[in-house]
Ligand binder design. Structure first.
Ligand code: SAM
Length: 212
């Protein structure tokens, strides 16, 4: 019995297969933070990838590979995932989990601060047609600006946790994370290079498409 719309959605769409369950088990076993995306967010990401059919997906924040499995698992045969992660030990756990899920050949991990690595990938002429932003919140505005530089026309940019537990609209809260997410949401909502929306799924997903 659901008590609110979050529980209702989770009951209907939140089932996890054994590969996803084992990601969160490996996160516990390795003493990593339990901050993977929620199952229904994963399902939504997979749905977006199935619709958009991107060739080159960039994920910012790999942790143990939960969102990586949802993104890579929905790719077409020639699609690939580049996953940016600060912590090498986390990226190794994620790589193991994607390999166990049969997706090891679809993913490449780039270790270190994501912003610097995005700059390097941009300098190397790389382009991406789908982005999932789910790393340090203070850098979300910077990740958006860099994603625009790396984006192909028509690229999709998705970011998680953009309601910050509903703190984004509490005017008494001015923490660094909340202020950064407010800036990010406003950037996306007002930048006329993109079409965009914020969906109140779980902790909020802001989505935009770069106008061709
Ligand atoms: C919320 S977790 C990502 C969860 C993952 N997307 C999932 O659902 O499976 C955030 C991740 O971002 C990484 N991170 C934090 N700051 C970063 C930075 N500056 N550059 C790259 N990764 C960063 C953290 O180490 C952590 O693994």
């Amino acid at each position: 019995m659901a008590r609110n719309h979050d529980e209702y959605i989770r009951n209907l769409f939140g089932n996890e297969d054994t590969a996803l369950q084992s990601v969160n088990e490996s996160i516990r076993r390795n003493g990593m933070p339990a901050i993977s995306i929620k199952p229904e967010v994963g399902r939504f990401l997979a749905l977006l990838v199935s619709i958009a059919k991107p060739r080159n997906v960039m994920e910012i924040g790999a942790l143990g590979g939960y969102s990586g499995i949802m993104l890579a698992g929905a790719l077409e045969k020639e699609g690939s995932l580049t996953s940016l992660e600060l912590e090498e030990t986390y990226a190794n756990v994620a790589k193991d989990n994607l390999t166990r899920a049969g997706l090891g050949d679809k993913v490449k991990y780039v270790i270190g601060p994501a912003l610097q690595n995005m700059e390097s990938l941009h300098s190397a002429g790389q382009q991406y047609d789908f982005f999932f932003i789910d790393a340090d919140k203070v850098n979300y505005p910077n990740y958006f600006s860099m994603a625009l530089k790396l984006a192909t026309p028509g690229a999709v940019i998705v970011a998680d946790n953009t309601l910050q537990g509903d703190k984004v609209f509490d005017e008494d809260i001015h923490s660094e994370n909340v202020e950064a997410i407010r800036t990010f949401n406003k950037q996306i909502a007002t930048d006329d290079r993109v079409e965009s929306i914020l969906l109140p799924l779980c902790d909020g997903l802001t989505i935009c498409r770069v106008k061709p």
